[in-house]
Design a protein around this ligand. Sequence first.
Ligand code: NAD
Length: 257
Amino acid sequence: MLPGIKLFDLSGRAAIITGGSKGLGQAMAAGLASAGADVLLISRNAEEGQAVAKEIADAFGHRALAMAADVTSPDACQAVAQRALDEFGKIDILINNAGINIRGPIDELTYEQFQEVERTNVDGVWLMAKAVVPPMKSAKYGRIINMASTLGVVGLANRTPYASSKGAVVQMTRALALELAPFGITCNAICPGPFLTPMNKPIEHDEQTKKSIVGAVALERWGQMQEIQGAAILLASDASSYMIGSLVTVDGGWTAR
Ligand code: NAD
C-alpha cells in the first residue's frame, strides 16, 4: 500500500523557522510541531520567541526552542545553524520566513530603506540557506522553504523594495533548488497573499488596502493563520519529495486573475 497521509508525518524531524515568534512564522512553527517536528524559532526579540516556543512545546509535546538572532548577520546565521546542530544533532528543515516591508512611492523612500528591505528579505534568506546547506548535504536530506509573496510574481504600486526582494526570493529558490536537488535537498517557495499579521496591521483599515489588496483576492478577505500551515507541512515533509523549485501560492486567488 502507498504511504498516503503518513507522508506528512514530521516525527523526529528538526526544523529552524526564522521570524518564528509571530505572524506566519509562528503559525508554520506550530504547524510543523503539530506534525511531530522539533522546532527552533529565530527572532530578534528573545522574550517573544521564548513565550511562543513554550506555547508550542506545551501544545504538542515536542521540543520547541527560541533564539534571538538577526538574519542579516552572516555570523548570527552560522550561530543559528550551530545551535540547531547542538540541540537536535541535525537540521532537516529550514523555513526562511523572516521578512520586512517598507511601503511608499519611490520618490518618498530613501535608498537606506530600500537596502534595509533587500538585506533582510534577500540577504537573510541567502545567508540562512548557506548556513544549513553543509549539514544537509552531509545528511543527504533537507527541506528549504522560502517565504516569497504574491508580490514576487505580480506587481503592486508603492512596493518597489518589497516586490524587488520577493522577486529575488523566487529566482533564488529556483536556482538553489537546481543546485541542491542532487544532494537530496529540496528548495521551494510559498507565495502568500494577504494575511493580517503584525506586518499588515498598520494598513488594515486604509481604503487603498481594501481596494488593491483584500479586494484583489477572489475570496475577498484576509487569509487566516491556519491557512498557511498546510503548505508549510507539505513542503517540510516527504509528501513534497518530487517538488523542486516550486512556487506554492496561498493567496485566495490573487494571482489566478
Ligand atoms: P511579521 O512582521 O508578522 O513577522 C516577521 C517576523 O520576522 C518577526 O518574527 C520578526 O522578528 C522577524 N524578523 C524580521 N526581520 C528579522 C531579522 N533581520 N532577523 C530575524 N528575524 C527577523 O511578518 P509576517 O506577515 O508573518 O510575514 C512572514 C513572511 O511572510 C515574510 O517573509 C513576509 O514577507 C511573508 N509574507 C507575508 C504576507 C502577509 O500578508 N503577511 C504576504 C506575503 C508574504
